[in-house]
Write a protein that binds this ligand. Structure first.
Ligand code: DGL
Length: 277
């Protein structure tokens, strides 16, 4: 069905947040070509059901495959939590068993045991990521001795998307959600920013964090994990084109994407509007 046997790395997110992951990946693996796809017309995914997030994510991944991508990173935690497994186990085989889709949750979880001394970890994410318990399940498999508490922060994505992440409103919601997380477990010494948008709130989060708590932002880790994956999988590495080009696709207006993407990227980009449903 999908015949092209070489092409770029695809990076998918429900909106702009995945640009924080793309930035880190391009720092570590600058030689490859990339296609970023933001489903901005249907963002946010956070409050949506499993079925809907799966359907939207499947459409996006298929489109990236049609564009020639051989490997797609689901930069979005919500999509990784709700759609990755089904796509890997059901859809990939039907489309092209040689292509791959990877998420952001597993590489993040892999480093938590090293980061935490108290073995009490907090996860901040969208309502969808937290209610899926994906982090808890993955941590229980790898590090059953770690206690995990999740806190949904439904206002944080809108604050970032609306460029309000330095506003007093951001202070209010950041403090509120952190207080609620520490009420659940006062022994937490490591907090995962389990949403691609949250790194933009990092200064505010640090301001309200108790001393000695490590804040873990997953971009660098996802990039390192991808580098390691490609090192271990020459068959995939050899399918990836190396032209140092990045294309940007959005399901919303291209103009709007370029404008907001400038919060996340320090370069001028050209953007194409596409439809994936
Ligand atoms: N990018 C998504 C994530 O990492 C959050 C944005 C959304 O709700 O769509 O979970």
């Amino acid at each position: 069905m999908l015949r092209i046997k070489s092409g770029p790395i695809g990076v998918f997110d429900s909106g702009y947040g995945g640009l924080t992951i793309l930035n880190e990946i391009r720092k570590v693996l600058p030689e490859y070509d990339y296609i970023y796809l933001g489903d901005n017309a249907r963002t946010p995914y956070g409050p949506r059901s499993f079925e809907v997030v799966y359907r939207f994510t499947k459409q996006a991944v298929f489109r990236l495959f049609e564009e020639g991508c051989q490997l797609v990173i689901l930069a979005c935690n919500t999509a990784s939590a709700k759609a990755l497994r089904t796509i890997q186990q059901q859809d990939l085989v039907a489309w092209d068993g040689d292509r791959r889709v990877l998420g952001v949750i597993r590489p993040t979880v892999e480093v938590l045991d090293k980061l935490s001394t108290t073995k009490h970890v907090g996860i901040l994410g969208t309502a969808g990521t937290i209610s899926s318990c994906s982090y808890e399940l993955e941590i229980a498999k790898m590090f059953p001795h770690i206690t995990v508490s999740g806190e949904a922060c439904p206002m944080w994505v809108p604050l970032v998307e609306n460029n309000e992440f330095h506003s007093p409103g951001a202070d209010y919601f950041v403090r509120k959600n952190l207080d609620e997380l520490f009420l659940k477990d006062g022994q937490i010494d490591t907090i995962v920013l389990g949403c691609t948008h949250y790194p933009l709130l990092i200064q505010k989060i640090r301001q309200y964090l108790p001393d000695g708590v490590t804040l873990f932002s997953q971009g660098e880790r996802v990039a390192e994990s991808l580098k390691d994956y490609l090192f271990r999988h020459p068959e995939m590495r050899n399918r990836l084109t190396k032209g140092q080009n990045s294309r940007f696709l959005t399901t919303e207006s291209a103009e709007k994407f370029s404008e907001t993407a400038s919060i996340f990227l320090s370069e001028d980009i050209s953007v194409e509007q596409i439809s994936i449903d």
